[in-house]
Design a protein around this ligand. Sequence first.
Ligand SMILES: Cc1cc2nc3c(=O)[nH]c(=O)nc-3n(C[C@H](O)[C@H](O)[C@H](O)COP(=O)(O)OP(=O)(O)OC[C@H]3O[C@@H](n4cnc5c(N)ncnc54)[C@H](O)[C@@H]3O)c2cc1C
Length: 294
Amino acid sequence: MLMSKITTLQIGGPAKDFQIVRSEQELLDLIKKNSDFLIIGGGGNLLVSDEGIDKLVIKNEITGISGDVSVKSGTLLQDLVNYSIEHGLAGLQKLTGIPGTVGGAVYGNAGAYGQTISDYITHAVILSKAKNLKTITKNSCLFSYRDSIFKKKKDIILEVTFQLENAEPAELKKEAEAVLAKRLIKYPLGIKCPGSFFKNIIAETLSKEILEKVSDKIIYGKLPAGTLLEEVGAKGASLDNIYIADYHANLFINKGGGTAKSFYNLAKKYALLVKEKFNITLEPEVQLINLPSL
Ligand SMILES: Cc1cc2nc3c(=O)[nH]c(=O)nc-3n(C[C@H](O)[C@H](O)[C@H](O)COP(=O)(O)OP(=O)(O)OC[C@H]3O[C@@H](n4cnc5c(N)ncnc54)[C@H](O)[C@@H]3O)c2cc1C
């Protein structure tokens, strides 16, 4: 299977083997036989090399939502958001429009407009590397900005439980619609991208000198990476079939037929320019698969 058929960026070479799982038993059976694998959700946050992935790729389609609220990790985040809105449960409505699965969102602690997936999580069921099922608390997930323990330990997230707050469905719907309207401007339908490429910078980590210059740009306690990228001329730049949006310097887009190599080189070029000008190291938010770190 070509990973370009799976990723939202539509880039990526072949996977050595590719399997979709729709039940926990299928997943267990598969990983009993294969110890080296990559589990993915919707492929919304991946930059896969043109050479592909020399292991089994498991696409998680184990879905289900119950109560208020436990959710299987292969459920689309949008389905969870819709469920929470319909049931008058607040805390996920601003995540509307983020592509991918709940598992992918928890892995990267996805968020938008001041809300993150981890805000109301209480615990998660995981499958550890030793293939043991475990329930772990939110504290053990070590969530921070676009980060979690899962980036280090590579356990599989199977199910997540939230404790959401009660609210009026109509109010939640209104909030979600307002977010969606903004998102559709930044991410028009059909856009081939992995979301924002670099992480924003936590304001507290900036030097006093830089903070003074950019204090009016801080949003939700972060300096957008796009602000720095714009300063070094990234807006509208391109390399082969990859271009950077002329309205958002942290949005790298595949025109069609683009390669991971061009994407990587373009991102690296502007990360280096930011480093030279501001002495800030930009970190990718997107997961680089079979590529050197930037
Ligand atoms: C148009 C667009 C807009 C976006 N906007 C946002 C945004 O506003 N905010 C934001 O945070 N992100 C955004 N993203 C990025 C992306 O949608 C999120 O990161 C999403 O949560 C990824 O989920 P996924 O299922 O697609 O994960 P994938 O891309 O399939 O995987 C991402 C990582 O998670 C790991 N993973 C996936 N499932 C599991 C599991 N069950 N257990 C353990 N590890 C797992 C994978 O191994 C991989 O390392 C956007 C992407 C696009 C294309």
